[in-house]
Design a protein around this ligand. Sequence first.
Ligand SMILES: [Zn+2]
Length: 782
Amino acid sequence: MALLSLLPVFTSFIATAQLQSNRVFEQLGTELPTPNTYRTGSGAPGRDYFQQKADYSIKVELDDVNQRIIGEEVVTYYNYSPDPLSYIWVQLDMNMFKDNSINALSKTGGIDEKMTSGQLSGLQSANSVYGDVDNSRERGYDIKYVKNMAGRDLKHTINSTMMRIDLPEPLTTNQSVQFQIAWSYNMADYYGRSGYEYFEEDGNYNYFVAHWFPRMCVYDDVNGWQNKQFVGNGEFALVFGDYEVEITVPDDHVVVATGECQNWDKVLTRTQKKRLDEASKATDPVLIVTQEEAIENSKTKSDKKQTWKYKASNVRDFAFASSRRFIWDAMQTDVYGNGRKIWSMSVYPKEGNPLWGQYSTKVVEHTLKTYGKSTIEYPYPVAISCHATPRGGMEYPMISFNGGRPEADGTYSENVKRGMIGVIIHEVGHNFFPMIINSDERQWTWMDEGLNSFCQYLSEQEWSRDFPSRRGEPKNIVSYMRSDPSQMQPIMTNSEQVIQFGNNAYGKPATALNILRETVMGRELFDYAFKEYAKRWAFKHPKPADFFRTMEDASGVDLDWFWRGWFYTTEAVDQDLAEVEWFSLDTQNPEIVKAEGRAEHEKDTETIANIRNRTDIPQTVEEADEKYRDFYSSYDPYEVTPQDKQRYEAYLKTLSEDERKLVESGMNYYALKVKNKGGLVMPLIVKMEFEDGTEEVVRFPAEIWRKNNIEITKTIPTKKRVKKFVLDPYQEIADIDDSNNAFPREPEKPTRFQLYKSSSRASTNPMQEARQNGAAATQGAD
Ligand SMILES: [Zn+2]
């Protein structure tokens, strides 16, 4: 403890900071594009904002014998840009699977001692093997024709996953052009976004059909044509439009798709129609096709066909699922209490039960409800969750393909259940980002995955108390933020170059938003601004700057430092509470000063030699002989004298009333030296544990670092004496090293290790074990 004198002027101590060149708080300025009349400085669409439109009329047949998609489409493309277009670009996503695609040719990796076939095909795409191999099952599109409406071929050039169609004459502003394309392709095993799942027991396929038709590229004010090749990670950049799709499948299939079915009357049985009618009034899911019916269905294969007709308005894409194995449940509910009913539905094979029947459709409705609170109300008439794959998930407008599969015996681990609920929330949530708030996935994965993972976290927390969300909580991103910087890129990195995809594009941005909400902006300001972004850019094409700017514009919080640190760098948060100095005001009251002096002196004289000498030296000269003693032999310098009191009175007279109160208050001043070791500036959150057992948390904004981002001293005055200081006590800033957060330092906790004996324990889940226990108990009772 150091004493600080209140001299006539209160002397502040001189900060030890060296001047740092601190760009951390500079405005983003040139990093963001200059605002213009298309996109404003506020982050809102500008007065000249435009977007194109593409309407599709499609006839498609699913060939269940050969697992082939055969389609014809008429595209009507509207040019609302100010620019004449002499050609247009169309995406041929399925060509990513061709031998000559960038995806196929640019895979890297070596051979390990043991390789799965999946790992092997990860080295090179399935068909691109050199030498004499059988490539009987071709992949990618077979484009039959590209014609105008008069039936004349249109000149077109295929560049891998992109196709340029040259227009006979430029398409001018506010004009539209119509053309038709016919194509087909061989479907593949479900690869994460689309494909089929084969069931050996009955020889049937479940089909999940997506990015299956030639789709228009986006033309906008920022990129012109977004015709970056589909390499694999960067998903889709798509235009809004209206769809009419006729899907022809075997007549014993159930089809679900983007949009509303126009002919349920024709394709459904009377019983199914009756049940749908019931479901339209239900508040719990009603089975339209039961498990028994689905099992019965899968025993035979019809060779008759049936066409399901769908319509969808103002969507950026269209996907569907089809199978004779589907169980189907649905309910049409007033999700937002405004009288508008929305269908929540699920289709799943029996392999999904009991989980899917119990949870899926309810989770769909829950997602619409909770996302509606943080963004906008779901505008579409239906939302569907399909069980497509044991793991993973993929989103399309109004429909998503999701994982989460129990064991064959119907038990499941808690992870599988939480994972299934989480993935359904996530994929249904994608309706908001990017299906409605239509960002460019080909360029920025974080704009949909990050924002969506954040909303997913909010939604999960409303599903069950303390839901163990994978992403969102700052502590969950710490191990990534602590990892090798050479294995990281800033969030602002194109999707194809991103490594550690899940952490970079999902986890880190979701965490950043959570930190903004809880720690930097507060819930009220954040929620308002986030909703404003959703409202401004619903059914439009936002870019990163539009998000960054809107969040500031609607909240009045300068966040340039935050975007710069979290989105443009790979720095981490590591606040180090290096030192705390304790100062208390010197009262100069002799009663106090001298008593403290005496205590100090007594402590000082207890040295080992003095202690031993008290017995080892029976008598000193002074003690033995009085004539060698004088005034100082018995003088007590710690005794308060009248002169001391007079001097104190005189000092008090020089002080004003306020100064006097301050002197008598006995204030403590703690100077906290905090180092920013990780690079990311963040608010400083300090918990003080007082000597009397109480606690208090104080918060200082990130701007505390604005003059020196390396090291600061923050002085905290307190009446009570502090026993301990702890930084970031609620783990809210993703500090990667909490061993330097306390002063005095906490003792290290032991790292536990196990004495290991190898054992072959069959893997089970607690549900299975409980069942076994139940069976054992029953047997015992008999
Ligand atoms: Zn996602």
